[in-house]
Design a protein around this ligand. Structure first.
Ligand SMILES: [Cu+2]
Length: 681
């Protein structure tokens, strides 16, 4: 493997390095943060990394993190996959609040509903080690929103790139001792990107396909998104703070070549309020209360596709449409209390998520409404406690447990469940973590954890009976109300070594999954396939390794490698939608004013596929990205080219599996350019 060799060379280089450290700078700070401050089962994506990149959304930006992959459905709204865990197997939070997308096909993944400009950093916990939130069996991704600094502040950001893509944002803030406030606005727009073969992603379907875009839509907007937000902080005393956050996002005309429909709109309201009391119990204790609410309205249909061409049965502007709404509200109370030599953290939380999706299709019963997701509620109440304590100078122990009581209940009826169908669940999560630091430079981590997650409303109750109209809908897709929660028993081992100029880490994990919720397809006597969710036993194991080092002459090198292997042990076949081995290597010149960077991204081919879902193998690929930057005081200018050699490629997660398989893969963008200007004062 080429990359391992690169890593080995970097290691050798690093070992030979002994030059005096240059003046503190951002790149060296990062090495110190990763080496000394971050835990081994944790990663952070900073907005420095995002600001220089041409990433269109948080998902795309996170894809550079070890262990993270994305599902590409179109030009934007990428879904985050952590160590092969995706969808509800991981928690995606914003300021600790749960946020769900409304689309039954995850067009609007949770991370799509906030803008970069709202975010200070994104924290990633690998494995079921976050006891403060229910679910998150495979890990957690938490975006932390920006806080106003003291005095007057403002930030402007403008990116323009290939396909007329625009990413613009403006933020103004004011901070005083007793209060602070922040307001921001962001606008994003792009036409349909072109892949390495010169075709737009709206041109992937053959002329005979019902999924092909109409001529009028081929070069239309791929998305247009407006987001506005505000934050108000009040500090009644030196030790207390209340925060109120509100954000509204209107995403318009978002094209998803990955799916059979496109989104006409996604409208997201997000509200978050918190109150914190610090300095309790002689200084180290604190209490935090939080209330949140968010709601997404989503409309998707096939008006831009050939399938909506008027015919005997297609008498409206669409042949299929789904209107979906999800509404999530929650409350949390959490306290930190010094106890003995350690800290006890305990809390209680509650959330309710409602999800409703009504589908209408042109068929014999002429656009009759169908309760695809039958207005179902999930209620979850939980309590947790964890204790962290240094055992010696070198050894720290952390452990805790969490219990959840949950229920799912339908509000309307469909072919899967009657109205008022109720299911109850009880779950226990727990973990023990050991951090051992034999020296300042070396650190080991060992963790044992049990995590759990509920089946969601779609997995339990979805109903999409076959229409018999087109081959692409020649499937019966039904939820399974008998699903049990998935339990993950996971073991993690990690090690890292760091100096002021060098950082290297490696982690391995083994995840034993009981009642893993798996999508499976079955042939029936006729031409109709039956698709449903079922509990299976599975194993995911994997590893990540990364290195970052400071070389002489303001040069910095970085490399990473991640792999996850999934096996459906009940079905004796590979787990579906597992990303292949991937890696990256980069070299950067950065003197604090001028920056130049070359990044090579690589992915191996994926041959481990699930035959039951008719998954296809995917070829390996490698692409080269270049970028340059100039920073002076408050002003920064970045320019870059991605996919320098205009390669035509797609990732293994770039096509939809059944039940809505279009049969085609959504390629990544071909060679594309961008320029960003940013001012902050
Ligand atoms: Cu949708």
């Amino acid at each position: 493997m080429k990359l391992t060799k690169t890593t080995a060379i970097l290691l050798v280089l690093a070992a030979g390095l002994n030059a005096p450290a240059p003046a503190q700078n951002l790149m060296l700070d990062e090495i110190v943060v990763r080496g000394q401050k971050e835990k081994l089962n944790q990663e952070n994506l900073t907005m420095r990394e995002v600001g220089e990149s041409s990433a269109k959304d948080i998902g795309e930006a996170l894809a550079q993190v070890e262990g993270v992959n994305i599902v590409r459905k179109g030009a934007i709204a990428n879904d985050v996959v952590l160590r092969g865990f995706q969808k509800d197997n991981i928690n995606v939070l914003v300021d600790g609040a749960r946020l769900h997308g409304a689309c039954p096909n995850r067009m609007d993944s949770p991370a799509f509903h906030y803008d970069f400009a709202q975010i200070e950093k994104v924290e990633i916990i690998k494995g079921p080690y976050d006891l403060a939130n229910p679910g998150g069996m495979g890990g957690a991704v938490n975006a932390v929103s920006k806080k106003p600094a003291r005095g007057l502040g403002a930030g402007l950001n403008l990116t323009y790139g290939s396909y007329d893509s625009v990413n613009a944002s403006a933020i103004g803030s004011y901070g005083a001792e007793s209060f602070d406030a922040l307001a921001g606005y962001a606008y994003k727009y792009s036409r349909a990107p072109e892949s390495g073969d010169g075709r737009r992603i709206t041109e992937i379907y053959p002329a005979t396909s019902g999924n092909r875009y109409k001529d009028s839509a081929v070069n239309s907007r791929a998305y247009e998104i407006n987001t506005g937000w505000g934050k108000l902080g009040v500090n009644p005393t030196a030790d207390s703070r209340a925060e109120f956050y509100y954000s509204y996002q209107d995403a318009d005309h978002v094209l998803y070549p990955y799916l059979l429909m496109d989104a006409e709109y996604d409208r997201t309201n997000l509200f978050n309020a918190s109150y914190r009391l610090a300095n309790l119990a002689n200084g180290d204790g604190q209490l935090r209360a939080q209330l949140y609410w968010n709601k997404v309205d989503h409309l998707m249909d096939d008006r831009y596709r050939a399938s909506s061409t008027p015919s005997g049965m297609v008498t409206r502007e669409y042949s299929m449409r789904t209107i979906a709404v999800t509404d999530t509200s929650g409350a949390k109370l959490q306290g930190d209390l010094p106890l003995g030599d350690g800290t006890l953290r305990a809390g209680a939380d509650y959330y309710r998520r409602n999800w409703d999706a009504v589908n209408r299709r042109a068929m014999a019963s002429a656009y009759a409404p169908l309760n695809m997701i039958p207005d179902a509620d999930i209620d979850n109440a939980g309590v947790f406690a964890e204790y962290e304590r240094p055992v010696s100078d070198r050894l720290t122990l952390k452990g805790g447990a969490r219990g959840d009581f949950a229920s799912a209940e339908t509000g309307t009826a469909n072919t899967v469940a009657a109205a008022g169908t109720e299911k109850d669940y009880t779950e226990i999560s727990a973990n023990a973590q050991l951090t051992y630091k034999p020296s300042e430079r070396l650190e080991f981590f060992a963790g044992l954890a049990r995590g759990a997650r509920l089946p969601d409303q779609k997995e339990l109750f979805v109903s999409i009976p076959n229409t018999g109209v087109t081959p692409t809908t020649n499937k019966n897709t039904f939820g399974n109300p008998g699903l049990d929660p998935t339990i993950n028993h996971e073991a993690d081992l990690g090690a890292k070594y760091s100096t002021e100029k060098f950082y290297v880490n490696a982690s391995v994990f083994y995840s034993d999954l009981r009642n893993y919720i798996n999508l499976a397809g079955y042939e029936s006597a006729g031409p109709v396939r039956n698709i449903t969710f079922e509990n299976v036993d599975a194993v995911i194991l994997g590893a990540e390794a990364g290195a970052q080092l400071s070389l002489p002459a303001n040069l910095y090198a970085r490399a990473s490698l991640s792999y996850a292997r999934g096996e459906n042990t009940s079905g004796d076949r590979p787990l579906s939608e597992m990303p292949p081995l991937k890696g990256s290597a980069s070299l950067r010149y950065d003197d604090g004013t001028l920056m130049l960077e070359a990044v090579e991204q690589l992915a191996a081919r994926q041959t481990r596929v699930d035959s039951s879902l008719q998954e296809a193998k995917t070829a390996g690929w490698g692409v080269t990205d270049l970028k340059a930057g100039y920073t002076r005081g408050d002003f920064s200018l970045y320019a870059g080219v991605n996919n320098l050699f205009d390669k035509y490629y797609y990732t293994h997660l770039s096509y939809l599996r059944d039940p809505f398989a279009s049969g085609l893969k959504v390629p990544e963008s071909g060679r594309n350019f961008y320029v960003t200007a940013a001012v902050r004062f």
